[in-house]
Design a protein around this ligand. Structure first.
Ligand code: HEC
Length: 146
């Protein structure tokens, strides 16, 4: 079918408008996508994702007060030090042992009294405000404290 635009002014206007609207949306979408690409490039340019995650974990540990009870140097403050904690075999107050892995650290944060480390008082508060992402970052940080 051949559309004769000059003889169909309203149709021509409509098609023109549709073309304009479609192109406008397309340009806006491309611009948005370019913005996204720029952001991605900036992220790729900074430290590796793993470093970023554990850096975020370190910040969270500081702002949530973890580091006022847990040292990264081996020194015992109120809780056990995080130095060399990940992968270590921990003795609990009931005499059982547990390997420190992600699940154990997650439980220690979400439900501290569930497993109490031998020789320590169960004084650690729980942190319901920490999201799953936050917890993963904190675990990455603890894992990096060798
Ligand atoms: C008021 C002090 C205090 C604060 C704040 C605190 N903890 Fe603890 N934490 C302890 C104590 C005491 C223990 C040992 C007793 C126990 O297992 O509950 C412990 C145990 C742990 C353990 C198990 C350690 C091990 O050697 O097996 C982990 C992991 C842990 N805390 C993580 C955290 C994180 C993450 C935060 C912050 C979000 C935090 N703690 C905040 C006092 C604290």
């Amino acid at each position: 079918m051949h559309i004769d635009l000059p003889r169909m002014p309203i149709g021509g206007l409509l098609i023109g408008f549709l073309l304009f609207a479609t192109t406008g949306t397309f340009v806006a979408a491309s611009l948005l996508r370019e913005g996204g690409a720029l952001e991605t490039a900036a992220t790729v340019g900074s430290p590796t994702p793993a470093a970023t995650l554990s850096e975020r974990g370190q910040q969270l540990a500081a702002t949530n007060g973890c580091l006022s009870c847990h040292s990264t140097s081996g020194e015992v403050i109120i809780g056990p030090s995080w130095k060399g904690l990940f992968g270590k075999e921990e003795t609990l107050a009931d005499g059982s042992t547990v390997t420190v892995d992600e699940a154990y650290i997650r439980e220690s944060i979400q439900n501290p009294p569930a497993k109490v480390v031998a020789g320590f008082s169960p004084v650690m508060p729980s942190f319901p405000a920490l999201t799953e992402e936050d917890i993963q970052a904190v675990i990455a940080f603890i894992q990096s404290v060798k």
